[in-house]
Design a protein around this ligand. Sequence first.
Ligand SMILES: [Zn+2]
Length: 72
Amino acid sequence: MSAKPPLVTCPTCGKSVEWAPGNAWRPFCSERCKLIDLGAWATERYRVPVTEDKDQLEAQDPDAAPPPATAK
Ligand SMILES: [Zn+2]
């Protein structure tokens, strides 16, 4: 299955981003936007484990996290 990745909107800048497995910053368009968003909800307590924080981010922001279409 080589379906085209869906487009999502970057929560930080509103830019359209492909929800592709290769996009490490999804749903953000770039590392910068991801860091900006992290700073927005964890202004002082920027102390999250770096391991699996992507899934947590998606869970905390339902508006910006469409359900992953691909099963692992
Ligand atoms: Zn962005």
